[in-house]
Design a protein around this ligand. Sequence first.
Ligand SMILES: [Mg+2]
Length: 141
Amino acid sequence: MPECIIVKSTTSEVNREKMPLSDRNTTLSQLKEILEKFRDEREWKQFHTPKNLAEAISIEAGELLENFLWKKDPEIENSFKDPTFREKIKHELADILCFCINLANVTGIDIASAVIDKIEHNRKKYPVEKAKGSAKKYTAL
Ligand SMILES: [Mg+2]
C-alpha cells in the first residue's frame, strides 16, 4: 500500500518555502493538486480505481482503529499526551484523508460541496430540537 507523502506542488512551491502548509493556509483544491502530482509522477493512476481507493480508505481506517484497540476512553485521552502516539494518529488520519482526496480526484467529486450537502442533509435528519445531547440514530429520535 503506497504511503501518502506530500510533495512540493508547482503552484504552491514558492509559498511553502516561506510558510509551511497548514489548515489555515491550504485549500482542498491545493491538496487535490498535490496528490494528483504525487500520483502521476509515480504512474499510479492505473491503480486508483474507485474500488481500490474505497478499499484503501477502509484499510487505513482499520489502521487508525488499531491504535485504540482494547483501550478505554481515559487511556486514549492520556495517550494523546505522548508525541509518538499523536504522530501515529496523525499519519493514519493523513492516510485516510489522502485516499479520500484521491477518490474525489478520480471520480470528479467536489469535496467541499459534498460535505456542505451532507451537513444540510444531516440538519434535516437531526433537527436540533430532537437531537441535542442525544446519540440516538435519527430513526429513534
Ligand atoms: Mg496507514
